[in-house]
Design a binder for this molecule. Structure first.
Ligand SMILES: *Cc1c(COP(=O)(O)O)cnc(C)c1O
Length: 378
């Protein structure tokens, strides 16, 4: 039996019942279930605002775009960011005509406070932080640096659905948090995401910008609103980025099981750790900071001859992954070549082991045995 890297587990009957309701009501669009899911997400996270989107990629872009306009940043102003992430993170900065400035990471896979500090200039406006694999790394130190230097904090929490710190959902500190509910994330839908601004004013703006800039309130507020339902104003050249009720139906169901699923992910991580931590010279595990209860979207290791191990695992019917190749390797970011040596090391040595709800203790053992045999080969 082959073992996949990711395999989403859906509560099929419950999801179908929720979707059926949309089909019977005749409404699959914005509103209805999307509003219900926004309320459910706010209740789960304790965050004050949440707007449901068709992807976190769109959310990241709009987060940067809205902050840029709100705070009157100029083109080519800088955002400090990580090279070890999915390209959505950094494309969001470039697309807004700002400059990604890369800080280095360490064995938490996240940016280090020292490197972030070292990259602050008089053009720095914000820090884009990514909690890789659901880990928080040095998040709270980064929060402090942002406060001390008057920088806005953007949190790409694509991997962090359900991550807790000392029992609390983190993120209240950030100006904006963006979650992903893409097909393989911890709360899988097919494609969708959430943008959570700290400010109600910016939440209002994103609700318009995610729907082509349309402001349906202008006339709805007038006395004879019934007559003017068809009439709306358009304030921005916005995106078509709002979520829909079919995706929100799946999200509403899956959210009920997120903590259960994440608890099992942590169990899998413990099984991996118990076996692999016996070879500290050969297998480097990702460091998880004290107090962080990771969502364990990923289980990553770092290893010599990574590409050879990839081939060996594939031959054994096991599909590993790589999260991520340093973004500095991509042509639009190669101006930063050589500036992040640890990220280069990660890029060449990191490997993601299978992590999903269908894995068993025996699967984890089988995967570990292949890796241990590989590192002990003559
Ligand atoms: C998946 C992912 C995204 C993009 O999420 P989508 O919902 O697929 O647009 C952004 N950042 C990181 C770190 C991701 O892993």
């Amino acid at each position: 039996m082959s073992i996949q890297l990711f395999k989403a587990k859906y509560e099929v009957e419950e999801c179908l019942a929720e979707i059926r309701e949309c089909l019977e009501v005749g409404w699959t669009g914005l509103g209805f279930k999307t509003v219900k899911f926004e309320e459910a997400w706010k209740a789960y996270t304790g965050l004050p605002y949440a707007h449901y989107l068709n992807s976190s990629t769109e959310g990241l872009y709009m987060a940067v775009d809205i902050l840029k306009n709100e705070y009157r940043w100029n083109d080519d102003d800088e955002i400090i960011t990580t090279p070890i992430t999915f390209v959505s993170t950094n494309h969001a900065i470039l697309k807004s005509h700002l400059k990604p400035v890369f800080a280095d990471v360490d064995d938490t896979m996240c940016m280090t406070p020292e490197s972030v500090k070292a990259h602050i200039t008089d053009r720095t406006r914000a820090v884009m932080y990514v909690g890789i694999g659901g880990n928080m790394g040095h998040y709270y130190e980064i929060v402090k640096i942002c406060e001390e230097n008057n920088l806005k904090l953007i949190l790409d929490a694509a991997h962090m659905s359900g991550t807790r710190y000392n029992g609390e959902i983190p993120g209240h500190e950030a100006e904006v948090i963006i979650y992903s509910y893409q097909a393989v994330k911890n709360l899988p839908t097919a494609d969708s995401g959430m943008i959570c601004f700290k400010s109600g004013k910016l939440d209002e703006i994103v609700r318009k910008k995610a729907w082509l800039g349309i402001n349906k309130d202008t006339y709805a507020r007038s006395a004879d609103s019934g007559n003017y339902k068809w009439k709306y104003d358009c304030e921005y050249v916005g995106e078509k980025a709002h979520g829909n009720s079919v995706m929100a139906s799946i999200a509403l169901v899956q959210l009920k099981y997120l903590d259960r699923d994440n608890a099992y992910r942590r169990q899998l991580a413990k099984w991996y750790t118990d076996k692999l931590s016996k070879y500290p010279d050969k297998i480097k595990l990702v460091r998880i900071e004290e107090g962080c209860e990771s969502s364990h979207h990923l289980f990553q290791i770092m290893i010599e001859n990574r590409d050879e191990l990839l081939t060996t695992l594939n031959a054994a019917g096991i599909s590993p992954g790589v999260h991520y190749i340093s973004n500095i390797n991509y042509r639009m970011y190669d101006y930063a070549r050589g500036t992040c040596p640890y990220a280069d090391y990660v890029s060449d040595h990191v490997l993601s082991l299978p992590m999903h709800m269908y894995l068993t203790f025996d699967d984890v053992n089988r995967i570990c045995d292949v890796i241990i045999k590989f590192v002990n080969r003559k």
